[in-house]
Design a protein around this ligand. Structure first.
Ligand code: NAD
Length: 510
């Protein structure tokens, strides 16, 4: 993400994300040794994985097309053996050549209705991989796995630190971690991504486990990938069933929890419900912008739509769709799930109009939900927002300059470490169910989640407004800092107090 006019020269993502840590540490006078312990990760695992890739059919360039205009079409009978990839290429499985009648010139062939392609040989490929284990004083390391072309040590340190604060805020007995692979998943087949996942867990086997470090889904990973991770970790073990809690976010049919798929979006909505209630309002009729239409964005949009809110704009990596009367979210979900919509994109949806990327955040609405990647609400973007609240469903979506502008403009903020804590909270319920060999109903999961999110969000609100109180749901008296602070600092203050207790009460091993 480029620095905007309002943003000063960018520091590292990690340094930026730690600004709230240092602010809160000052406010609560965090013990100096605890502060040192929390300034850097416990462990940084950086390693490489290799896989074999298949041959590819890569579309030729526009200039090359003229050169091959008289190339006769090839007939590839086993059409299903050409596996389409989201980046426009095809994986060429060898069975595609059985009974095929192929005319090749300079390595190029024409496939009827699909165009001209150059055959590119597959072979071994190497990818950089990471697992950052930030802190485990409150329990096993916990955090998602991201497959993306732009990941780095800097980013994963920031996200692993975030997980440490988030598990403390959610008051679940976990620490923080994050990791993943530097890869563009749109350029690889399902089978190749399976091999990436298998190698990733093969290399991590000694440092993860149900009581050590518990991965979960994040950007471009999903329940299918979690199933592969669980299989690889438990393969050949004597008691594989006792290890199901090694990953969370699994399919409900193999030990996943009811409600986990929508949990992050559901948690965001519980926060928004409280935000509206404090204002004496309801979410019905409120206009909403959602950036990102993956796991978190779809769940947030679907739940808000069902509650009578109007989702007036959705943006993903490939397109932006708006409709001031409110998008038909079930129809948009069906569009994204179409089998030939390989990028699962909102692009091409006919129930709204297209908008340029840069104008998305300027659309009139009351609620903005960034649910894609980090660094999207810069100072400039924040200046143009027309909303009353930014609910950070994504991790780290607001830059420090964006934060300052939101504060100056009195736009409310629901910070990521509570706003998207629903995911890890239900991951904890999944882990508990796995250890106890139980299966809870969706209603039971959501009841617990609602209580947990609303109680902890209530404490953060009380810290922010300096209004200590004991309610039937929670007691915020021991967390307030004696003055009003912004919501991000308040959330961090709650996390640091809960973490500090462990160090101070348990002491340090020397
Ligand atoms: P996902 O891979 O399911 O979806 C990501 C979405 O973001 C896709 O729709 C993609 O097209 C879109 N996107 C990517 N780049 C974009 C860009 N430049 N502009 C607009 N849209 C873009 O990922 P997810 O699991 O929904 O995660 C989304 C965010 O929520 C991430 O920041 C993640 O760390 C955070 N989060 C996820 C969970 C979870 O349970 N999955 C929990 C907590 C936080």
């Amino acid at each position: 993400m480029k620095a905007s006019r309002k943003d000063g020269p960018r520091k590292s993502i990690f340094d930026e994300s730690m600004e709230a840590f240092y602010r809160a540490a000052e406010h609560i006078k965090l013990n100096p040794r605890v502060r040192l312990e929390l300034e850097e990760p416990d462990f940084e695992h950086i390693f490489y994985i290799t896989i074999e890739t298949r041959d590819r059919l890569v579309p030729v360039t526009k200039e090359e097309e003229a050169h091959f205009k008289d190339l006769p079409a090839s007939s590839v009978k086993a059409g299903e053996a050409l596996e389409p990839l989201a980046n426009g290429q095809f994986v060429l499985h060898r069975r595609a050549l059985l009974k095929a009648d192929i005319t090749l010139r300079e390595g190029v062939l024409r496939i009827p209705k699909r165009g001209l392609f150059r055959i590119e040989k597959g072979g071994p490929k190497k990818f950089k991989a990471y697992r950052i284990q930030y802190n485990q004083v409150r329990g096993p390391y916990k955090g998602g796995v991201r497959y993306h072309k732009d990941v780095s040590l800097d980013l994963f340190k920031a996200l692993a630190a975030d997980m440490t604060w988030k598990t403390a805020i959610a008051d679940i007995p976990f620490g923080g971690a994050k990791g993943g692979v530097r890869i563009d998943p749109s350029a690889y087949s399902k089978e190749e991504l399976e091999h990436v996942t298998l190698r990733f867990i093969y290399k991590l086997k000694n440092v993860i486990g149900p009581y050590v470090d518990i991965p979960a889904p994040d950007v471009n990973t999903n329940p299918e990938i979690m199933a592969i991770m669980m299989r690889q970790f438990t393969d050949g073990e004597r008691m594989p069933h006792a290890m199901r809690g090694v990953v969370t976010g699994k399919d409900v049919r193999i030990g996943g929890s009811e409600g986990r798929a929508k949990a992050t979006g559901q948690g965001t909505v519980y926060c928004l419900e409280e935000w509206a209630r404090w204002r004496g309002e309801s979410l019905a009729g409120k206009r909403v912008l959602v950036q990102g239409f993956g796991n978190v964005g779809t769940a947030s949009a679907e739940i808000l739509h069902a509650m009578g809110a109007k989702v007036v704009g959705v943006q993903d990596a490939y397109g932006t769709i708006v409709n001031e009367k409110g998008l038909d979210i079930p129809a948009l979900l069906a569009h994204a799930a179409e089998p030939d919509n390989l990028r699962r994109s909102v692009e091409g949806f006919t129930g709204g109009s297209k908008l340029s990327r840069d104008d998305f955040w300027k659309v009139d609405a009351e609620i903005a939900i960034p649910a894609a990647l980090g660094g999207t609400i810069t100072g400039d973007v924040a200046e143009g927002l027309k909303v009353q609240v930014v609910a950070e469903a994504a991790n780290g979506p607001t830059t420090p300059d964006g934060d300052r502008v939101l504060r100056d403009r009195k736009i409310d903020l629901i910070p990521d470490i509570i706003c998207n804590a629903g995911g890890v909270t239900v991951s904890y319920y999944e882990w508990l169910q796995n250890l106890r060999m139980e299966h809870w109903s969706e209603a039971e999961v959501n009841n617990r989640l609602e209580r947990a999110i609303k109680a902890n969000f209530g404490i953060i609100h009380d810290i922010s407004t300096d209004s200590p109180q004991k309610t039937p749901l929670y007691d915020s008296r021991r967390f307030v800092v004696g003055k009003k602070v912004d919501m991000r600092t308040a959330a961090m203050a709650l996390a640091l107090r809960r973490i500090e207790n462990h160090y101070l009460l348990e002491g340090f091993s020397q």
